[in-house]
Design a protein around this ligand. Structure first.
Ligand code: HEC
Ligand code: HEC
Ligand code: HEC
Ligand code: HEC
Length: 222
């Protein structure tokens, strides 16, 4: 039997990458457990991943999402170009909904959905408008999310948007579109790693060492 041998090799590899990720998250503002370094953290919960993921009965199966989702149906959204006119961007979907489950400020940070044991927080229980991480439900002044990335090489002449070709964008391994080719919060932010943060240069959880490098992955600088 060959299969068990392969499993024996594959399992330690998975464990290693989970351990590596655990190490990264632990050092960020997304460590909301008692070992968290920020002001917002739990007084009881020692598990770092639990605020977002659950091993069983996930609310969203991929990626084993455990945090209760926001029930907000209508966010205010920015405009995007479409066939020579401007239309409203779609409502946030996909992984952007996962981020908004804490960042729109409507759901308790410790509302870990179906988990039988909910953590207690020592500080704020929600992201409030006074906190830096608060985004709220008005996204009209934010970069559009949940839109399919147009192919700059097709649209350039029609709309003169100054977007790069889809092939160029897809070749970038740090700025990633989701599986439907859409821009999401995770295109610019990696919720597990704050390795590039530098005030004035790179945002928290940035996917590249500077904001400019992220923007010019898709936009032509003229
Ligand atoms: C603050 C929320 C948050 C915390 C805490 C968190 N994650 Fe995630 N995780 C996410 C989000 C959001 C995604 C979906 C990313 C995407 O769709 O691109 C994700 C996806 C994943 C995935 C799927 C592969 C990937 O990277 O897209 C794995 C594996 C994972 N997380 C492991 C972990 C582990 C292990 C921990 C604890 C050390 C952890 N996460 C803590 C938010 C979090
Ligand atoms: C479980 C709740 C939770 C989820 C889910 C979550 N975050 Fe956070 N995030 C926080 C908290 C709490 C902070 C710290 C905010 C503060 O101190 O004001 C934070 C901080 C941040 C910051 C830094 C804010 C600053 O002070 O500049 C960014 C950027 C961020 N999150 C992006 C994301 C993105 C993108 C996602 C989805 C991929 C996500 N977060 C998912 C809870 C969450
Ligand atoms: C096009 C790239 C991009 C996308 C998409 C994006 N962000 Fe950001 N985000 C940034 C940059 C760059 C900053 C830093 C802004 C600054 O320093 O002025 C930032 C800042 C933040 C902050 C800190 C507070 C603030 O407003 O400065 C939070 C929280 C945050 N983003 C969460 C999110 C969430 C949640 C989503 C999805 C709904 C998202 N971001 C989508 C690039 C992006
Ligand atoms: C993954 C590709 C991608 C990344 C990365 C990206 N953008 Fe965009 N951006 C787009 C797309 C697509 C649009 C929508 C264009 C449209 O239809 O109007 C857009 C729209 C915009 C607009 C609105 C333009 C208008 O017509 O009103 C601005 C401003 C902008 N982006 C700035 C930025 C900045 C600043 C960054 C870096 C923080 C950034 N973008 C990162 C793809 C991207």
């Amino acid at each position: 039997m060959k299969a068990p041998a392969i499993l024996l090799i594959a399992l330690p590899l998975l464990a290693t990458s989970a351990a590596a990720q655990q190490g990264n998250v632990r050092a960020t503002m997304h460590n909301l457990s008692v070992s968290g370094t920020g002001q917002i953290k739990s007084s009881t919960e020692t598990e770092v991943c639990k605020f977002c993921h659950i091993p069983h009965s996930a609310i969203v199966p991929q990626p084993l999402w455990g945090h209760a989702l926001s029930s907000v149906k209508q966010y205010q959204v920015p405009q995007v170009r479409s066939k020579g006119t401007r239309i409203l961007a779609p409502q946030p979907d996909g992984s952007s909904r996962l981020c908004l489950s804490c960042h729109d400020g409507t759901v308790a940070l410790a509302d870990v959905g179906r988990s039988p044991r909910k953590p207690s927080m020592s500080g704020p229980t929600h992201l409030a408008p006074t906190q830096q991480g608060f985004i709220g439900i008005d996204l009209s002044g934010s970069h559009p999310v949940s839109i399919r990335m147009p192919d700059g090489s097709d649209q350039q002449s029609a709309d003169d948007m100054g977007l790069k070709s889809l092939a160029v964008v897809q070749a970038d391994r740090q700025v990633r579109l989701d599986e439907s080719g859409k821009i999401q919060c995770t295109t610019c932010h990696d919720p597990h790693s704050d390795q590039y943060y530098q005030p004035g240069r790179a945002a928290h959880f940035a996917v590249k060492p500077s904001t400019t490098e992220i923007c010019v992955t898709c936009h032509e600088v003229r």
